[in-house]
Design a protein around this ligand. Structure first.
Ligand code: ADE
Length: 230
């Protein structure tokens, strides 16, 4: 898979996407990630990427021209263009799975009060929000989304099963059960007896029940039937 990230702060995405599992995935040739400075696609001497909003209001709006030039330079027939914005639909594991099967993803990162809407209308295939809060810019959000996608590419995780049994996998509406490692007793807290039993059937049933209990406690919204609007 090839990934292009277009941002005025490439260094924000480079750190998290060059270390640990992401770094190893790149070195192993399982993914190719390119970081582009949006200012490199400006043509004026001040390399300006924003301007005042039509209709007035606070803050600045990102200009369309650099984004159009960047997408024009990077796009091919296989590309999907994604814009990170708190106005997008919320990012979910199912979307990470879908995007992990794409050939080429281009992430456009916003900043300031938003982007000229013609960018979204003409260039963007999908908008994505990583949650109901506002970051200073979309670059961190792009790093989050790319991490979630890349770890699903076959060969990136050491043990493929860890992506299959984790929270939000499968039908996507249950959290994972608690995990324990050695020692069997720590600071007066024993590991649940069932996990030491060696009985895989009983352990699987315990994990399912605990996953459900945790979901009810922390994310009761996941247990509700989906609304008609999806
Ligand atoms: N840019 C700023 N806030 C964001 C969010 N919550 N998700 C995606 N992009 C963003």
């Amino acid at each position: 898979m090839k990934i292009d990230i277009v941002t005025i702060f490439p260094e924000i995405a480079k750190g998290p996407l060059s270390s640990s599992i992401m770094g190893r995935a790149t070195k192993a040739g399982l993914v190719e990630i390119h970081f582009h400075d949006l200012r490199d696609y400006t043509t004026d001497k001040h390399r300006q990427v924003d301007d005042i909003p039509y209709g007035g209001g606070p803050g600045m709006v990102m200009k369309p021209e650099p984004f159009f030039a960047a997408v024009d330079a990077l796009k091919s027939d296989q590309s999907k263009v994604i814009f990170l914005t708190p106005q997008g639909p919320p990012f979910r594991q199912a979307k990470a799975v879908e995007l992990s099967r794409c050939e080429h993803l281009i992430f456009l990162c916003g900043h300031y009060e938003g982007v000229d809407h013609r960018v979204i209308e003409a260039l963007v295939d999908e908008e994505i929000s990583i949650g109901d809060y506002v970051l200073t810019n979309g670059t961190l959000a792009a790093a989050v989304v790319v991490d979630a996608i890349v770890r699903l590419i076959p060969g990136v995780l050491g043990d493929e099963r860890s992506a299959e049994t984790e929270s939000f996998s499968g039908d996507g509406n249950r959290l994972e059960a608690p995990q324990y490692t050695r020692p069997a007793e720590f600071a007066g807290m024993p590991v649940p007896e069932v996990l030491l039993s060696g009985n895989h059937g009983v352990i699987a049933a315990w994990r399912e029940a605990k996953g459900e209990e945790r979901t009810l406690q922390n994310r009761p919204d996941l247990m509700e039937p989906p609304s008609i609007s999806g």
